[in-house]
Ligand binder design. Structure first.
Ligand SMILES: Cc1ncc(COP(=O)(O)O)c(C=O)c1O
Length: 436
């Protein structure tokens, strides 16, 4: 086993550690659309870091805001105390969300946002005297982070198998239908009826036992699975008919990825809770947030005023540096209209990625807003190997993409220009020809 002592101590997340140590890939600087490797090579970022650097790298306003905030107030507790910036930031955020999502609970990551939303759902039923609502409904191929809650509702087998018993959860079928929808541009035409599986689950379990349904409006980490036309509306209608809470996990789709501030805006479907992270602070300081419908919040605001309504929170909920980074990020999003810019770039992006159709190994291409997937034929008996090879080959050619199994996922920063798209596509052409 090759060992690289300088890299030995850090147990890397979601990484083949020994393989990495044998051939490390290190990023040491970033600005705008680019990273630079430790060898000084320029690398075009087609993944916004990890779906998070929506305004591009190294934005001075954000770094300055963080630096100034560190000097003014490095940390303040938010348990039975507060600091003004957290309230001001929360107020500004909820103004961006559609009604009734007018309350926000801060976390430090998407995983924590998901687990928080699941806990709020159960506690909501509890405070209403309906504690039997405990089962969660997720979906096959979903990614909701790595907490035990997120794992339970998630639907990626590799993420679950080593970790033993999870929370009680059932899974809806995923919506990837390559027989009917392959190479769909934007929303696929077929498959809205897959939402009806929720009716079947409700009939089996009983609505009175279900705590919440959680869905990524567009599944990201599983390889950009775009919902069929009408699917999310149908889910919402079923939830409404049975009085179920619907949670949208917008950790990826939040903050402009689809060309609207949130996927809820894009689809015109409003959930009862909405989880975010990543683009919240442009990735500069870890932060997550759960937006909560006002009627859920109000259900907790009963009983003696001195009683803590929700026994939940993190030392770093509403951390001053995260709030400062978040405020500066919103300034940039607003000034540069970045949360809607994707809508203008999306047609160009769509044409660019679909121009790869017909190249060797390309099995499917999917896209919505500024997220896209190019699914490759797997190597025989080695699922994921081709995707990994594609990622490594792209990097060698100065392009950062993300492999999800054998799918190449693209999610460039929202500042992406046509020249960047040209380079992304040209590089992927080279990679695909080389891999074939
Ligand atoms: C939809 C979704 N939910 C949750 C998460 C987990 O976020 P984090 O890695 O910040 O915990 C992710 C991360 O990619 C995600 O895509």
């Amino acid at each position: 086993m090759p060992q690289n002592d300088a890299l030995a101590a850090f147990w890397m997340p979601f990484t083949a550690n020994r393989q990495f140590q044998a051939a490390p890939r290190l990023l040491s600087r970033a600005e705008g659309m680019y990273y630079w490797g430790d060898d000084g090579r320029e690398i075009l970022d087609a993944t916004a870091g990890l779906w998070c650097v929506n305004a591009g790298h190294g934005r001075t306003e954000i770094t300055t805001a963080i630096a100034e905030q560190t000097r003014r107030l490095d940390f303040a507790p938010t348990f039975q105390m507060g600091h003004p910036l957290a309230f001001a930031y929360a107020e500004r955020l909820v103004r961006m969300l559609p009604a009734p999502l007018k309350r926000v609970f801060f976390t430090n990551s998407g995983s924590e946002a998901v687990d928080t939303a699941l806990k709020i759902a159960r506690a909501y039923h509890f405070v209403r005297g309906e504690a039997q609502h405990t089962i969660f409904i997720g979906r096959e191929r979903a990614y909701h982070g790595v907490g035990f809650g997120g794992l339970s509702v998630g639907g990626l087998p590799n993420n679950r198998e080593a970790f033993g018993p999870l929370l009680e959860a059932e899974h809806l079928p995923h919506t990837l239908d390559q027989e009917r929808n392959s190479f769909a541009r934007g929303l696929p035409a077929f498959g809205a009826e897959r939402a009806d599986a929720l009716e079947a689950l409700i009939a089996t379990l009983g609505a009175e036992r279900i705590a919440a349904v959680i869905i990524e409006p567009v599944a990201g980490s599983a390889g950009v699975i775009v919902p069929p036309v009408g699917y999310l509306q149908r889910l919402r209608n079923i939830c409404d008919r049975h009085g179920l809470l619907l949670i949208f996990d917008e950790v990826i789709t939040g903050f402009g990825r689809l060309g609207t501030p949130f996927a809820a805006d894009y689809f015109g479907v409003i959930p009862d809770m909405l989880t975010t992270a990543k683009g919240l602070t442009n990735g500069a300081v870890p932060m997550g947030a759960v937006f909560v419908g006002d009627q859920i919040f109000q259900a907790f605001m009963k009983g003696p005023e001195e009683r803590i309504e929700l026994f939940h929170g993190y030392t770093y909920s509403g951390h001053p540096l995260a709030c400062a980074a978040g405020m500066a990020t919103l300034d940039i999003y607003e000034r540069e209209s970045l949360l809607t810019r994707g809508a203008h770039v999306a047609p160009l992006f769509e044409d660019a990625v679909h121009s790869l159709r017909g190249l060797p190994l390309v099995r499917d291409i999917r896209n919505l807003g500024l997220m896209a997937a190019i699914e490759l034929e797997p190597r025989p008996n080695a699922v994921g190997a081709r995707g990994y090879d594609a990622q490594v080959q792209a990097l060698q050619r100065g392009l950062l993409v993300r492999a999800a199994g054998d799918t190449i996922a693209l999610s460039p920063p929202l500042i992406v220009e046509g020249t960047h798209l040209d380079r992304i596509i040209q590089t992927l052409r080279d990679v695909l020809r080389h891999l074939a």
